[in-house]
Design a protein around this ligand. Structure first.
Ligand code: NAP
Length: 231
């Protein structure tokens, strides 16, 4: 089985790479700066199934390059994991201090990035027998959950990501490509809370959700433990 993971140099992406490689999958581990990805290189040294590829999800040039590198490879899973949280911790920014450049950058990575990668690798997905696009979103993208100010850029980027992925799901399901929106929980990574769960526990749950997945469930939004998420 073959999987491509974005943002695989640290955090959840690195743990996804580790667990899938240990399970003998072929992993196309992608990151923005392969030369600096020390932990990923160490992991690849222990697992011959890991190959490392450059992919900045905001770069059209990188999209063309990865599509060329993977031409002819069938992809069972595309894991859109890369993401940014550019706000200061959860209280900023308020009206009067919105930094539009940071908001735009957040949308470029979290929303447009996942769509770009899915578009670039669609031929690879269409070559697999039961392909799935797994997209890491967040409970902070649930509009129903917004009851306090803050995290404007991140929340709106993940809400837009959820909507975009629903649109892609409607387009891809008739082509037998499934799509699953995943909330990993609050996880102790550079982005996540220091009192969160470990990435190993989150990723074990996320992998289970993918194992259980069937095409009829395409477009569902679930937490790593299987709980249905509000929109
Ligand atoms: N941790 C949590 O509690 C939590 C909760 C809900 C959702 N999530 C989501 O889970 C995903 C992974 O987050 P994490 O917790 O593992 O955070 P993290 O440790 O900050 O990792 C983020 C990853 O995204 C990569 N990335 C950022 N911009 C990129 C770009 N333009 N192109 C390609 N890769 C890029 C980073 O690469 P660089 O090292 O090059 O910056 C890094 O590998 C994100 O989508 C996040 O929104 C996390």
């Amino acid at each position: 089985m073959k999987i491509l993971i974005t943002g695989s140099n640290r955090g959840l992406g690195l743990e996804l790479t580790r667990q899938y490689a240990e399970d003998a999958w072929q992993v196309f581990a992608t990151c923005r700066h392969p030369a600096d990805a020390c932990e990923l290189h160490a992991l690849a040294g222990r697992h011959s199934g890991i190959s490392i590829h450059r992919l900045d999800v905001t770069s059209p040039d990188d999209m063309r390059a990865i599509a060329r590198e993977l031409r002819g490879e069938a992809l069972d899973v595309l894991f859109n994991n890369a993401g940014v949280y550019l706000e200061e911790r959860y209280d900023a920014p308020r009206l009067g201090a919105v930094r539009y450049e940071e908001w735009r950058r957040t949308l470029e990575v979290n929303t447009l990035g996942a769509v770009r990668v899915t578009e670039a690798l669609l031929p690879n997905l269409l070559s697999a027998p039961k392909p799935v696009v797994a997209t890491m979103t967040s409970h902070m993208g649930s509009i129903d959950d917004i009851d306090m100010p803050g995290s404007l850029y991140y929340r709106s980027s993940k809400a837009a990501l959820n909507a975009a992925m629903q649109v892609l799901s409607a387009e891809l399901a008739p082509k037998n490509v499934g799509l699953l929106l995943l909330h990993p929980g609050g996880v102790r990574t550079r982005m996540g809370p220091s009192d969160g769960i470990g990435a190993d526990e989150s990723v074990r749950g996320l992998r289970r959700r993918l194992e259980e997945f069937s095409l009829e469930q395409s477009g569902r939004f679930v937490r790593y433990d299987g709980t249905e998420m509000p929109w």
